[in-house]
Each structure stands twice: as structure tokens, then as C-alpha cells.
Design a protein around this ligand. Structure first.
Ligand code: GLU
Length: 481
């Protein structure tokens, strides 16, 4: 048996980070078993369809290097992989279920169904189809079909039956068939619903293992029934714990920017670090390691050891992991990554970027940090996070003008300046940082100034004095480098 796993996203926008975590499990499980990982597009909900979302799915998977072996884009032996292109297949199988009595036509209008629902609500009954059309005679059905009355197809659920399945992650699960609705399997527009499409396609595409979020577990009994009706072997199912918000309350919601894969790409996370983080939150490395690559995960991972509790998404921890990956890169490799990520860096003087890399690297969590920490090496600051102090700036200008441009003598003279004026040294260093970088935090200051050079440092001090304190211009005139 060749292991075949699949991800079956709907093209409704940027993939959720939870989808990537599922892909990671699908991918790792298939690779470990020497099997295949498939991407099928579940695009049957036309109302939620988002133009371009399919491409974003491909590019997101490619970014994480989790490319499928078969997909709508690259094809494969079970094409087509877009459900909207498989409508005749669903029709054939739905006809088969109708013929066997496991499904039936339903002609109820929207108004009737709404009224039914209101009634159920008023009587505190669960919202379920009341099986009206199940009572239609074959002659009634034929007459309505011949008259072209709009209809859907519903599955016929047995009464008082136990429906059970063994879940790879959550163990043995049982449902009472009486709580299962007579689910629509074919909509009036000829499209299948999720429940029907997923079963037909997982079977026809020879999927052996279905991993999906726990939110789908209540759908699974319907799928179990459909497999039974067709007499098909059901793939092994594993319902994965959902990634929760940081406070542990609820699924990581789209309200949070970081639920979307886009967030990680835009801020410059390293995809390999995000994958490492995602694997860490649902699985413990047998040696307690926190940092390991995808190959190691594939080798060591055991799906049965996945935590059944929903892990919390902790951005700070992810930043830590990402920082570890950044620091594990050579300076050259990091420069390449940052330049690919940020056009401003790719346009900057590469030699200067190379000089700054060792200083900035230590303080980076994500690639976008480079420019916010290091832009001052390339451009003068145009704003200042806290107010500048004229007295300290002019003192610094005069003190630094004659100094040998190495960080030790610079430090010594700044300390002397502070002592002479009874200033706190840290305040003086902060003024220097502010005037030169515009920021209150950044890479080690004096080492940075060594790279920036004396001339530029003094220009920045004097320009700031000029523009903030015009009267100072006269005082330092002639001293400008
Ligand atoms: N189309 C479903 C989704 O959007 C697939 C669920 C499943 O994996 O069965 O997630």
C-alpha cells in the first residue's frame, strides 16, 4: 500500500497558519512512509470563492518547501484535482446512492426550510431536516423531476444506530445516528457539498490517511456512513488539535494578523523556523530538542505522539525560534536572505551591508528587523523617538571631533564628558544614539559608529544641532568636518 495523504483547502483567501500545520503533518507522514502528498482544491462553495486564492495556496506551500506531488497545477494520475471540474463524477455516485435508497431527492423550498427551523427553535429542538421528502413516493419524485422542480439530494441516515470510528490522534469515537442530520450531499446547482465531495474524492484518489483539524470531527460520522453505503474502505483518520489563541481561548482566529501565512512572509520569518515552531507545539522531540530541521522531524516524528490538547500559539516563542535560525546562518547567508527579502537592502552598498551584518544579526528576530535596526547606516534618520538635548549634542560634537575613531577611545571620551558635566553616562550615550540613528534601541552603538565613520557621525550631530537649535550653527561653524 502506498501511503497517500492530502490537503483539501477551499480557495477562500490566504491559507491559515493552521492549514500549514496540517500540511506539515500530511507532508511528513507521507515522506516518512515513502508515500505521496496531494493537494486537492475543494472549490464547491461558489459563494466563498476568492479569485487568486488558488495561486496563493501554491505559493504558500512553495514558500514552506512543502510542495505536493499531485495538484490541480501539476496534475497527476487522479486528475482533475479541482472539485468544480469533477461534477459528473459526483452526479454518478449520488445517483448510485439514490438507487440504493441511501440518498433521496428533496424538493423543499428555502421558505419551507426556514419555517421548519423557526419552529424547531421555538420548541428547543436541534436544527435538523424533518425528512418530509423521504416520504415522497417514487411517482411523486418522478413527477417533480419531470416538471423541473429545483431539488437537492440528501443522505438517508439510519435511526438508532451507533456510528464508530478509531481516530489516530483522538482514539475511539462513537456517535448516535439520531443526532446526525439528513445532510445535503448534492446542491441544487449540481455541486456536491463538502461531505460528499470529500468522501468520493478521498476514495477515488486512493487517500490512505486523512489528517484534518478537530473542528471536522462532528462531520466524520456522516463520512463513515457514506463509506459504508458505497462499501468502500475508509481511510485512517487523524483529527489534529486546533492551534489556539495565545490565551488558550478558542481557535487562532483570523482577527489576529498572525493567523494568516501572509503575516510570516511579510515580516520575514524564515519558513524553516516557522515549520520547526509548528512541529514543536504539537510534538515533543524524543531528546527534548527544540531546534531541528524538517528532515529530522520527518525521521523522528510519530503521529500517535501528537498532543491531543490544542497548543497555544505563542508569537514570542516563535520569534525566539526564528532568532535561533537567523543566528545559525553565516553572515553571508543572512545577507543573501535579507537582500532577497528587502529591496532596500538589495539596493544598498553590499560591502557596507556585509560590515553591519555581524552587529545587527544578534538583535534580529525576523528579516524585516534588519532594516529597522540598520537603516541608519544608509540614510540619515528623519525623526527621533525621544527629544534631543542641545547641551549633550554639542558636548558630544566637540568631544568626538578630535578622538581616534575606535570604540574604546570614543567610550573613554564620552565618559569623561559625562563626568565633567555631571550627566549620567547612559543619558549621553542615548543622545548620541538618538542623533545618529533616530532610535532608542539598535545595534551596539560605538561599534556601529566605527562602521558609520567619524565624518558622517559628526555631520549627523551637527545637522541635528543646526535644525533643532539654529542658534548653535554659529557656535560650531568652522568646526564642521
Ligand atoms: N475543504 C475542507 C477545508 O477547507 C477540507 C477538510 C478536510 O480536510 O476534510 O478545510
Amino acid at each position: 500500500m502506498t501511503v497517500r495523504t492530502r490537503i483539501a483547502p477551499s480557495p477562500t483567501g490566504f491559507p491559515h497558519i493552521g492549514t500549514i500545520y496540517q500540511v506539515l503533518i500530511d507532508f511528513a507522514f507521507a515522506r516518512k512512509a515513502g508515500g505521496k502528498f496531494i493537494l486537492r482544491l475543494e472549490d464547491t462553495d461558489r459563494a466563498r470563492f476568492v479569485e487568486g486564492a488558488e495561486d496563493v495556496i501554491y505559493s504558500s506551500l512553495a514558500w514552506f518547501s512543502l510542495n505536493p506531488d499531485e495538484s490541480p497545477k501539476i496534475g497527476g494520475p487522479f486528475a482533475p484535482y479541482r472539485q468544480s471540474e469533477r461534477l459528473p463524477i459526483y452526479k454518478k455516485y449520488s445517483d448510485e446512492l439514490i438507487a440504493k435508497g441511501h440518498a433521496y431527492y428533496c424538493f423543499c423550498t428555502r421558505e419551507r426550510l426556514e419555517e421548519m427551523r423557526k419552529n424547531q427553535e421555538a420548541h428547543h429542538l436541534p436544527p435538523m431536516y424533518d425528512k418530509t421528502c423521504l416520504k415522497l413516493t417514487p411517482t411523486d419524485v418522478k413527477a417533480k423531476l419531470d416538471a423541473g422542480v429545483p431539488h437537492v439530494v440528501r443522505m438517508n441516515v439510519p435511526v438508532h444506530e451507533k456510528i464508530a470510528f478509531d481516530d489516530l490522534v483522538s482514539g475511539h469515537i462513537e456517535f448516535d445516528s439520531d443526532v446526525i442530520d439528513h445532510q445535503v450531499i448534492m446542491k441544487s446547482d449540481g455541486f456536491p457539498t463538502y461531505h460528499f465531495g470529500v468522501v468520493v474524492d478521498d476514495h477515488l484518489m486512493e487517500i490512505t490517511h486523512v489528517f484534518r483539524g478537530k473542528e471536522w470531527i462532528s462531520s466524520t460520522p456522516k463520512h463513515v456512513l457514506l463509506y459504508q453505503y458505497f462499501g468502500w474502505k475508509m481511510p485512517v483518520h487523524g483529527h489534529l488539535p486546533l492551534i489556539l489563541n495565545e490565551d488558550g481561548k478558542g481557535k487562532l482566529s483570523k482577527r489576529h494578523g498572525h493567523a494568516s501565512v501572509d503575516y510570516y512572509r511579510k515580516l520575514g520569518y524564515l519558513p524553516e523556523a516557522v515549520l520547526n515552531y509548528l512541529s514543536n507545539i504539537v510534538w515533543n522531540h524524543p531528546e527534548g530538542k527544540e531546534i531541528y530541521d524538517l528532515d529530522e522531524f520527518i525521521k523522528r516524528f510519530d503521529v500517535e505522539k501528537i498532543t491531543s490538547q490544542g497548543p497555544r500559539f505563542d508569537l514570542k516563542k516563535l520569534d525566539w525560534v526564528n532568532g535561533q535560525y537567523i543566528r545559525a546562518l553565516t553572515d553571508d547567508a543572512l545577507q543573501t536572505r535579507v537582500s532577497e527579502f528587502d529591496e532596500r537592502v538589495s539596493r544598498a552598498d553590499a560591502k557596507l551591508v556585509a560590515k553591519t551584518m555581524p552587529l545587527v544579526k544578534e538583535r534580529m528576530h525576523v528579516l524585516s528587523d534588519y532594516w529597522s535596526l540598520a537603516s541608519f547606516f544608509f540614510t540619515k534618520p528623519d525623526s527621533f523617538e525621544t527629544p534631543l538635548r542641545k547641551d549633550m549634542l554639542s558636548g558630544l560634537y566637540e568631544t568626538l571631533t578630535p578622538v581616534d575613531w575606535k570604540h574604546e577611545p570614543m567610550e573613554q571620551s564620552i565618559r569623561q564628558l559625562a563626568e565633567k558635566n555631571s550627566w549620567k553616562p547612559k543619558d549621553v550615550f542615548m543622545q548620541l544614539r538618538l542623533a545618529v540613528t533616530g532610535k532608542t534601541v539598535g545595534p551596539p552603538l560605538l561599534e556601529s559608529l566605527e562602521i558609520l565613520g567619524k565624518e558622517e557621525t559628526l555631520i549627523r550631530l551637527s545637522v541635528e544641532l543646526d535644525s533643532h537649535y539654529p542658534s548653535f550653527e554659529e557656535k560650531i561653524v568652522g568646526k564642521k568636518p
